[in-house]
Design a protein around this ligand. Sequence first.
Ligand code: ZN
Length: 131
Amino acid sequence: MGDKFRRMMQGRYGADQLGQFLSVAALVSVLIGLFTGWSWFSLFGIFLLAWQYFRMFSRNIQKRYNENQGFLLLRRRVVGWFRKERSFVDQNKGYRIFKCPSCGQKVRVPKGKGRISIHCPKCGNDFIKRT
Ligand SMILES: [Zn+2]
């Protein structure tokens, strides 16, 4: 390692967030493959690892950089989606959602009110539910 390694890595792309993600995903896949005996999981892990190394030693820095940017964008979107889902669940704490039997409109009512008559805001139908 040391000098020789540094010289070898000169002008090469190296590790980035996508690379880190690939290493972790590769490790997880291989472990799942080992524990479950599904060898295609391990194969997939090895494929991810090979991809990771290919990117690390690549000299096409611009292309690798763009890939990483794409990955970061995707990750932001996924994280954003999970945040939105969680806040949706939080908002509906203490409520129950019922579907209107005549039009399918979802109606949100407070929990723990016993048997109540629910008025559908869309079609005006009334139906009885236990909350
Ligand atoms: Zn309705």
